[in-house]
Design a protein around this ligand. Structure first.
Ligand code: BES
Ligand code: MN
Ligand code: ZN
Length: 497
């Protein structure tokens, strides 16, 4: 069931809840908001503060029971730590602790009193923290965890502007992340390119969305030689999914978001070792994030034109597979010498990028992909790599990522890196050697965007929880939906300009 977050009623004298949560900074323990709502807990509060059982230290929780028989049975004090350097990311993580605790307690609703003088950004982070930490992928467990929250009310006591809108919009964005996670987490036997096309089709219930799928048979006439080549080895045929959202007039150039969706990456003929190969079901996360972004754009009813594109393939070894040594002709007529069939993501993305640029003349193009193990070598599993050709766009995305807590670091795109891709027989080869692998993959892509302002996000390390991922209360096992919140923020803001 979908959990809802609403603003709590202002008349607190009649407030009824199974759990009242008060968020407290260390320097506020002597004047709790909770006491302004009900005095029932005061004796207990005095006691746990006097004994230092609760000091509001960062991340600590105290639960107190009310025996006075009022309509609020239990309260939870959440320690928020020092007010200095407090940021929305801490809000997300701390609120996640409360959600986990409430599940342990077996309750299905609570009322949250945020910390005093909370601003809009923290309200938004609070909503995200609640929704995202409540998420757990357990669709395949027969003894499914039934203990779900179904409502959280937020008691906003200072005069924040637009509370309702912020709660509403942040709920939409969080639900879009959950939508993406749910598809990303599907096993490869339940998520083929065709399944992705079917999920995309559900978005067209919005009249402003048109979904079009370019099928395998049409790829040759279209000249989509890259997607066709990579998809050849699988009995599930490749697709290019195009999700067009028209929020503005026809003559406004669209922003295009492209996501790699390799529903399973065996490596193809250049097959991967079997250890952890199962994790390559997450090689579709970029594409699933595009689905999430398009859902958010639609539910937020943005008045801008946005197009989502998902090249979807399964990379399999078989008698029909493309091989090392093959030379393929891409959508933009450039030729690529394939030297490793495991460097498949850049090939399908390149076709999609070239198709996007030629067909829609976008004002900006962003791609997201679990593209290289080298991005993990360079930055680890908590930071995504960004490469782009436009300073302004790069700056915007990095600025928004600082607000969303989705850590991104820019890598350079000098001409030297492009030289690593020189081929003796074709226009370029699909691998650039051992050094700077994340950058040479991006350099490959840069050959297909012409002068369009473009950024590429390599989310190989951040798209799902893997070895080395820092635990966050709002990211449960499996896919994270990393990047969706940052890009949606960019799209919302672009809308305002
Ligand atoms: N999907 C992988 C990249 C990947 C690896 C993502 C591990 C997340 C975790 C991609 O298709 C791939 O196999 N890349 C190769 C490229 C190489 C052959 C140049 C890689 O990174 O090893
Ligand atoms: Mn691969
Ligand atoms: Zn891959």
């Amino acid at each position: 069931m979908n959990m809802v977050i609403i603003e709590a009623e202002n008349n607190t004298s009649s407030l009824k809840t199974q759990l009242l949560v008060d968020c407290v900074f260390t320097d506020e323990v002597s004047s709790l908001s909770l006491s302004e709502i009900t005095s029932d807990f005061d004796p207990l509060i005095r006691e746990i503060i006097a004994t230092k059982e609760f000091t509001a230290k960062d991340g600590t929780i105290s639960i107190i029971h009310n025996n006075a028989g009022s309509s609020i049975k239990r309260a939870l004090l959440l320690g928020m730590g020092d007010k200095k350097n407090f940021d929305p990311e801490r809000t997300r993580n701390l609120i996640g602790k409360v959600v986990n605790k409430s599940k342990e307690l077996g309750i299905n609703e609570f009322v949250l009193i945020p910390f005093k003088n909370m601003d809009n950004e923290h309200l938004s982070a609070t909503v995200e923290g609640i929704k995202l930490s409540d998420y757990l992928f357990n669709n395949y467990k027969s003894d499914e965890d039934k203990n779900d929250l179904n409502q959280v009310r937020i008691l906003i006591r200072n005069d924040l502007k637009n509370n309702q809108k912020i709660i509403h919009d942040s709920s939409i964005v969080s639900d879009a992340v959950i939508f993406s996670r749910n598809i990303s987490n599907l096993p490869p036997n339940d998520c083929s390119p065709k399944d992705l096309a079917n999920f995309s089709a559900t978005l067209s219930k919005d009249q402003k969305i048109k979904v079009r799928v370019i099928e395998k048979e049409e790829m040759e006439p279209y000249g989509l030689g890259g997607i066709l080549a990579v998809g050849k080895g699988s009995s599930s045929s490749p697709k290019l999914i195009i999700i067009e959202y028209s929020g503005s007039t026809k003559n406004e150039k669209p922003i295009i978001i492209v996501g790699k969706a390799v529903t399973f990456d065996t490596g193809g003929i250049s097959i991967k070792p079997s250890e952890k190969m199962d994790e390559m079901k997450y090689d579709k996360c970029g594409g699933c994030n595009v689905l999430g972004i398009m859902k958010a754009v639609s539910d937020l009813n943005l008045n801008t034109n946005v197009i989502g594109m998902i090249p979807a393939v399964e990379n399999m070894p078989s008698g029909n597979s493309y091989r090392p040594g093959d030379i393929i002709k891409m959508y933009n007529r450039k030729t690529v010498e394939v030297l490793n069939t495991d460097a498949e993501g850049r090939i399908i993305l390149a076709d999609a990028l070239a198709f996007a640029v030629k067909t829609f003349a976008p004002k900006a193009i962003i791609d997201m992909a679990t593209l290289t193990g080298a991005a993990i070598i360079a930055l680890g599993t908590n930071v995504a790599a960004l490469v782009g050709n436009n300073k302004d766009l790069v700056k915007k995305i990095i600025d928004f990522s600082n607000q969303t807590g989705e850590k991104i670091w820019e890598l350079p795109l000098y001409d030297e890196y492009k030289e690593q891709l020189k081929s003796s027989t074709a226009d370029m080869k699909n691998i650039g050697g051992r050094s700077a692998g994340a950058i040479t993959a991006a350099a490959f892509l840069s050959n297909f965007v012409e002068d369009t302002p473009w950024i590429h996000l390599d989310i190989a390390g951040t798209a799902w929880n893997q070895e080395g991922t820092k635990e966050k209360t709002y990211n449960s096992k499996g896919a994270t939906g990393f990047g969706i919140r940052t890009i949606v923020k960019y799209l919302i803001n672009n809308n305002l300009e």
